[in-house]
Design a protein around this ligand. Structure first.
Ligand code: AMP
Ligand code: MG
Length: 469
């Protein structure tokens, strides 16, 4: 995309969602590269973006070990010790290897076995483990005894104890053994920079013995609402007033994303107040979000306020809800640039534009790598940081207007063939915030598609278990 995001030509025509994502990606990439990192204890790293690749300092598991309780043996010993009757063989038990207390004696010789517990190191000379359920132990001159000898200690000297294995023909060479390094080999790439540190990632990094990680510092985002009618919860609602939903839905969404929120309250539709607030926000935050005041007629406040402290682009985006969107860059101290998103005021439009544009921007700026591959025509587009799409089946006729993307709020059921069928939550006005409350996903009807019929495949953006992906 050769156009800059501030190209005036964007103001003259509708931008497609994809175009907007592409120019945003291009503008934000430079800022993402310069964000600071910090060291955090492993237990506090979940939800952060890893800032450095992790190369394994060791093999995991560190030694070849048993995956079952039983005996360790060389597979070749089974034939040598075969008994005349049944599918059985007999071996001599020379000691034990317990988890945390490995066998320190000599290597197993042919015809010998070692008691072993799950996770205990395999002794030299053994390649397989036979599980406890197939074993009978006995000591010559005593009756067969299937009980594990509780007094057996690691490093015992040789005993005369014998073990009889039942079902020998089912024993495979190498069975019930975890090879050293089979999960992670020493020197291999384990996690790349930009990975979101999930609980599984924390577990894997713990298994390498790492106590601290270098992560990207969480973003600090300043947020305020605009509008003379917008009233803070807890205050009496004046005539013509409306309670401030957007600052709270956005703050909640930002918290869920691990972002630090700087709540700057509600600003009146007044240029001076907006300019002061924007300057203050830029000085204290990595990104600024407002809602309201970007639709035609009102836009002048935000525009003139922003032009006083940075650069602004006002876009009309071919999407519903959420057509008007302002993007800008505020100038802060020492040449620092702070991106600004002015979201539309209608509460559903606020949340939908947050999901399409702000959330991917937060992920990119916060140091996360792309979540999906970039299309060839838009490398680096912010679309790669959007929440993944799933394909479902339309459960009703869904209408749209060609040339714009519609995001219907949807709920999912299973049909009798087990397919995921999605229907809308009901009324879809951009002020019907309860449609977001009911929604599990956004049904995405692409530009160029006027309607979808029942049974048609349809893409959805899953909103996640927290209600906002
Ligand atoms: P605007 O984009 O400022 O023209 O606002 C569009 C609609 O959204 C108007 O009906 C506003 O009253 C409403 N609105 C604006 N800001 C908020 C807010 N913070 N919470 C709830 N509704 C809002
Ligand atoms: Mg307004």
């Amino acid at each position: 995309m050769s156009l800059s995001c501030f190209d005036p030509r964007f103001g003259e025509r509708m931008l497609s969602v994809d175009e907007a994502l592409a120019v945003l990606g291009g503008s934000l990439a430079k800022l993402a590269a310069t964000r600071p990192t910090q060291r955090v204890p492993l237990a506090q790293a979940v939800g952060h973006a890893l800032a450095e690749p992790v190369i394994s300092p060791l093999d995991v598991p560190a030694q070849t070990n048993a995956a079952m309780d039983g005996i360790a043996l060389a597979h070749a010993s089974l034939a040598a010790g075969a008994l005349d009757e049944g599918d059985r063989c007999q071996l001599r038990v020379i000691g034990s290897s317990l988890a945390g207390h490995p066998w320190t004696g000599r290597a197993l010789a042919p015809g010998e076995a070692l008691r072993i517990t799950t996770g205990a190191a395999l002794p030299a000379g053994a390649d397989s483990v036979v599980m406890q359920e197939q074993l009978d132990y006995f000591t010559p001159d005593a009756s067969p005894d299937s009980m594990l000898d509780a007094d057996s200690q690691a490093g015992d000297a040789e005993t005369a104890e014998q073990v009889v294995i039942d079902g020998v023909s089912s024993v495979r060479a190498g069975q019930n053994v975890r090879q050293a390094g089979e999960d992670i080999a020493r020197g291999s790439d384990v996690i790349s920079a930009g990975q979101w540190l999930s609980p599984a990632a924390i577990g894997v990094l713990a298994s390498l013995g790492l106590a601290e990680l270098t992560v990207h510092r969480p973003l600090r985002v300043a947020i305020f609402s605009t509008g003379d009618e917008v009233t803070a919860p807890g205050e009496p609602l004046p005539a013509g007033g409306i309670y401030d939903a957007n600052r709270f839905s956005l703050t909640a969404a930002l918290h869920a994303e691990g972002v630090e929120v700087l709540d700057l309250g509600i600003l009146r539709d007044q240029r001076e107040a907006l300019s002061i607030a924007l300057r203050d926000a830029a000085a204290r935050a990595d990104l600024v979000i407002t809602s309201g005041g970007v639709s035609v007629g009102e836009a002048d406040h935000v525009r003139s306020a922003l032009e006083a402290c940075g650069q602004l682009a006002l876009w009309r985006i071919a999407m519903r809800p959420g057509r008007p969107l302002a993007f800008g860059v505020l100038a802060a101290e020492e040449g620092r640039q702070v991106p600004f998103f002015g979201l539309p005021g209608n509460p559903v439009a606020t949340m939908v534009t947050y999901l399409q544009f702000v959330l991917p921007a937060l992920r990119m700026l916060g140091g996360l790598g792309p979540l999906s591959p970039a299309p060839a025509d838009h490398p680096g587009t912010l679309a790669c940081w959007q929440s993944p799409r799933l394909q479902m089946v339309a459960g009703e006729t869904l209408r749209s207007r060609p040339e714009r993307v519609d995001y219907h709020r949807g709920r999912v059921t299973l049909d009798d063939q087990g397919r995921q069928v999605v229907t809308t939550t009901g009324r879809q006005g951009s002020g019907i915030l309860t449609s977001m409350l009911a929604a599990q996903c956004l049904i995405e009807i692409p530009a160029g598609c006027a309607s979808l019929q029942t049974g048609d495949p349809v893409m959805v953006q899953w909103l996640g278990t927290r209600g906002l992906s």
